[in-house]
Write a protein that binds this ligand. Structure first.
Ligand code: NDP
Ligand code: GDR
Length: 326
């Protein structure tokens, strides 16, 4: 019999790739979706999943709607991807971030505990929880020291995921995912801001690209690879925590060099540093150790940074030249 999954954050980057993956595996897929006044389905359309997922309206901050979604969908697996996920906005909206990103996860855990205790639960945890803690490579045993309201809210959700496993015996897993990007990434995140800027500059629609801290280093992978790790975690006999990363880190400057270089331009001619885009506190370097994911889940990043940059720049060139949304 086919399985049923409930995915919060289904209209986001990872939600779209995960929906596609689950549909391809024969799942019935329900998406939990907050009401918005504008169309938020462009990503689901891009992966050809918009007509195949069943959407349930609600908000992560509203336990009654989360509970109803779990009761209606009767899921075998619940993926909690919904969140206020932009670190930059989290200083402007710390309370909302705490409610959606922190309490929201607990609302989903509670709904699972009440209405579907046999369901397996995935929490979208993050390398931002490591924050200030530098290690040769950050792994499941590295301590946490979040540096933003977002990181702190995610850390609460992470520990609640662990606690619901240990206290109530629920099958809960926390994927500590490092940055993952794609042509479906939101424009506010630096990689997509860069590849969209490269496309506009190449096509003569923009003259320069203003960025903040170019020295920050990130372990960037491809979102399409990372959703496979989420699914693999829920196929294990026990819930657990896993770091998911590529094991390679580069600076924002180097990302710019690759992206501009892809269309034969020199980033130094176009990138301008704008100090107003610096954050109140920065996470200087993230570099993950995905050995446990490889050993237990058989998961490895399949897409190189160079392939990822090429894929994103090409998608933005096509989008900008046709005026397509995204
Ligand atoms: P996105 O920002 O693209 O998607 C977030 C999703 O959450 C959207 O569908 C959004 O809906 C939804 N959402 C926001 N607030 C609420 C709310 N109050 N109630 C219900 N839904 C809500 O994020 P990604 O796809 O990139 O990331 C998925 C998850 O993984 C997030 O939790 C993120 O924090 C986490 N993560 C992401 C990483 C990355 O590099 N991408 C790395 C590690 C963790 P809408 O668009 O309508 O607001
Ligand atoms: P991050 O992603 O904060 O790592 O969170 P983001 O792309 O926003 O920033 C990465 C680094 O780039 C620097 N930077 C800029 N960032 C943005 N957005 N815009 C700029 O103009 C700019 N210039 C420099 C930032 O300072 C930072 O150091 C992402 C999100 O997906 C989280 O939800 C997720 O948990 C983490 O990745 C892992």
């Amino acid at each position: 019999m086919s399985k049923t999954a409930l995915v919060t954050g289904i209209t986001g980057q990872d939600g779209a790739y995960l929906a596609r993956l689950l549909l391809d595996k024969g799942y019935t897929v329900y998406g939990f979706q907050p009401r918005r006044s504008t169309d938020t389905y462009w990503r689901l359309r891009e992966v050809g999943a918009a007509d195949d997922v069943q959407l349930l309206a609600g908000d992560l901050t509203d336990l009654s709607s989360v509970l109803r979604a779990v009761q209606t969908s009767r899921p075998d697996e619940v993926y909690n991807l919904g969140a206020q996920s932009f670190v930059g906005s989290s200083w402007d909206q710390p309370v909302l971030t705490g409610q959606a990103t922190g309490i929201g996860a607990v609302n989903v855990l509670e709904a699972v505990r009440i209405a579907a205790p046999e369901a397996r639960f995935y929490q979208a945890s993050t390398s931002e929880m490591f924050g200030l803690i530098q290690a040769e490579r950050q792994d499941e045993k590295t301590p946490f020291y979040p540096r933003s309201p977002y990181g702190a809210a995610k850390l609460y959700a992470h520990w609640m995921t662990v606690n619901y496993r240990e206290s109530f015996g629920l099958h809960t897993s926390s994927g500590i995912l490092f940055n993952h990007e794609s042509p479906l990434r939101g424009l506010e995140f630096v990689t997509r801001k860069v590849t969209d800027g490269v496309a506009r500059i190449k096509l003569g629609l923009q003259k320069e690209l203003r960025l903040g801290n170019l020295d920050a280093q990130r372990d960037w992978g491809f979102a399409g690879d990372y959703v496979k790790a989420m699914w693999a975690m829920l196929q294990q006999p026990q819930g657990d925590d896993y770091v998911v990363a590529t094991g390679r880190t580069v600076s924002v400057r180097r990302f710019c060099e690759l992206a501009f270089g892809h269309v034969g331009l020199d980033h130094e001619d176009y990138v301008k540093v704008d100090p107003t885009l610096y954050r109140p506190a920065e996470v200087d370097i993230l570099l993950g150790n995905p050995d446990k994911a490889k050993q237990i889940l058989g998961w490895e990043a399949e897409t190189s940074l160079e392939q990822l940059v090429g894929m994103m720049v090409e998608a933005d060139l096509a989008r900008v030249s046709t005026g397509a949304r995204g």
